[in-house]
Design a protein around this ligand. Structure first.
Ligand code: ZN
Length: 78
């Protein structure tokens, strides 16, 4: 497990922050897939697709938003 960092927009700070999220423990998933002869993929694949960990603001801990063109424009106009 590690930590992934990316630039995200925080609503509370109203600015871009270097947000962090935990990367999934893929080794464990892979191990479970092998042990269950592939059955675990039924659990793992939806997890990867539909439940990725959210990026969180390192300052307030809230969920961050991806930086869209609209947000970028908003920030530049201030
Ligand atoms: Zn924040």
């Amino acid at each position: 497990m590690g930590v992934q960092k990316a630039q995200r927009y925080c609503r509370n700070e109203n600015r871009l922050v270097l947000a962090e999220r935990q990367t999934p423990n893929r080794v464990l998933h892979l191990l479970l897939t092998v042990v269950t002869a592939g059955l675990w993929l039924v659990v793992w694949i939806p997890l990867e697709l539909f439940a990725p960990a959210a990026y969180r603001c390192p300052i307030c801990g809230d969920k961050c938003q991806p930086v869209t063109r609209k947000i970028r424009r908003q920030l530049e106009s201030h």
